[in-house]
Ligand binder design. Structure first.
Ligand SMILES: [Zn+2]
Length: 103
């Protein structure tokens, strides 16, 4: 009788398909944290795990934390614009979604 011993090695190279990756220089910064890279012209989507270029600004405000005129901004790609906005809208935070000016 054989033991079911299925433990595939963690694949570091597994890249989810179907993601439009427009950012090539991410490989250059793999070794370093690029959270403070000043020469990163691309605005990226704020959605967790998404590296697509942002094309929308989702403006929101938390009335418990922010004065009414204050606007926080989440950047969003076309695919996540609606999900980010509805996440905020469900909490009463969403104010407006604006297309980003072309860069
Ligand atoms: Zn996105």
């Amino acid at each position: 009788m054989m033991k079911p011993h299925a433990s595939p090695p963690p694949s570091e190279r597994a890249v989810p398909g179907g993601v439009p990756v427009a950012v090539r220089h991410s490989q250059l910064n793999d070794a370093m944290s690029d959270t403070s890279t000043p020469s990163l012209p691309e605005l990226r989507c704020s959605s967790k795990g998404c590296i697509a270029a942002a094309v929308y600004a989702v403006k929101w405000n938390n009335p418990r934390l922010h004065p009414p005129e204050r606007r926080k901004t989440w950047l969003a790609c076309a695919a996540h614009r609606d999900s980010l906005a509805s996440f905020l809208a469900a909490r009463g935070f969403w104010r407006e979604t604006e297309p980003l000016p072309p860069r």
